[in-house]
Design a protein around this ligand. Sequence first.
Ligand code: NAD
Length: 487
Amino acid sequence: MSDKAATLDFEKFHNTIAGKPRDSPKVHNGVNPSDKTKLWDVPIATEHDLDDAVKSAQEAFKRWSKTAWKERQSLLLQLREELLSHRVEMTQMILKECGKPIQFAQGEIDAAAGILQYHATAPPPGEQTIQDDADLKLSLRYVPLGVVGAICPWNFPLILSMQKIVPGLLTGNTVIVKPSPFTPYSALKFVEMAQKYLPPGVLQALNGDDRLGPMMTEHPGIEKISFTGSISTGKRVMMSAAKTLKRVTLELGGNSACIVCPDVDVNKVAPLVALGAFFNSGQLCVASKRLYVHTDIYKEFQEAILNVVKSWKVGPAGEPGMMLGPVQNEMQYNIVKGFFEDCAVNGYQFLLGGEVGDAGGFSVQPAIIDNPPHSSRIVAEEPFGPIVPMMPWTTEEELLTRVNDTRTGLGGAVYCADHERAVNIAKQIEAGTIWINSFERPLPNTFFSGHKESGIGGESGEQGLLAYMNAQAIHLYKSDVGKAPKL
Ligand code: NAD
């Protein structure tokens, strides 16, 4: 453990306001989904705490917004080193707070470090000269917004906080991050460790109860809300932000389709499709939530995917060799259970699974439903858990009608040996990101956004930086004022 690590206590958690830890008279706890034990106390921020954080962020913005891009980048690199120096402790924390098996908990730290790394070298959105002649120089530049409120979900608490914190800070904004009350620990600890490097007020964190999110979206001192979560909450965020015309980025839910063409090597593709559907026990916004497999290979593919999923170990995250950990919280466990019950009541055939299982904690045995009707809940809604429907298709036309018959449009996957055909299918899917011959893996260097009700705006890549900036056009007339036409 490094010297810096020695000063951090991974059993104690605070909010961070104005560079300092802040406790609260009220606390709550996360629950370890692997065994339902209570985790550490976390303070519940009050309205007064939020006001203090906003004041501090506004004050810090004055200098931070003028700090050179390169200097901000060098600080991001230091944050990356700091995070990685605590990889072991942070991995254990994520294993406990999320119920992620160790390799995936480690993967979350590494992906979070990757977001810092990408932004540490990303070029600034440059000033553009639109026109420059004898009379007029017309230029367009981008300026930071002010205080950004980052509201995060529980499925990837560190990665999804980082996706907001890092571009927000790099573009000269100050950021107040609010983790999900289900998984407050990793984000609070990262913000605490960042205080050694950043001026007070530049990056702050507040854990709260159900009232904190609405307080942030209403707060007149916050210029932008970057929100990741469910569609229904996203709509509430937008309505509330409208009162002060805050900028919003909404990264919301999805019901992504995965299309398997008849020309694929079934044994190579089935493990990737299985991962796309069940990675993180299906709790991934862009997970494959509807599988469409060509009728010519339907039976063969079913056998192959069953062999893959049956070989996985499912249960408490800490046990060796675990592949699928539990669902993260009781509320989500009950939602997922509801999908199992709906399929059973309606007599849909379980190709795999059928019982939620009793492997301990909120573990759910993965299930595949064989060809349920297009109108069934399991096809039409997002379960956000390890249960997925599989349906056959014959022509691209009827397939794409079914695929696009949804108000969501987050992601999609196409497996096809013929790349031209794959791209042609991908372009007809109404969604923000399509993966071809890969399971769904967002990357920090390209824009990630939802179509339809899956979101407004987006994150990552160059376009993601612009989401944290206002445009400013400057019209410089070079001829002197005396030459201006008389009005
Ligand atoms: P959620 O909407 O319940 O909560 C998300 C966050 O919003 C939490 O921090 C919560 O405390 C806060 N919140 C709740 N009510 C609020 C309000 N009225 N105003 C402001 N904030 C409020 O979502 P969740 O259950 O944490 O996450 C699961 C959902 O998120 C799924 O639908 C999933 O698809 C989606 N998701 C989307 C992406 C993406 O990038 N598009 C990524 C991950 C998860």
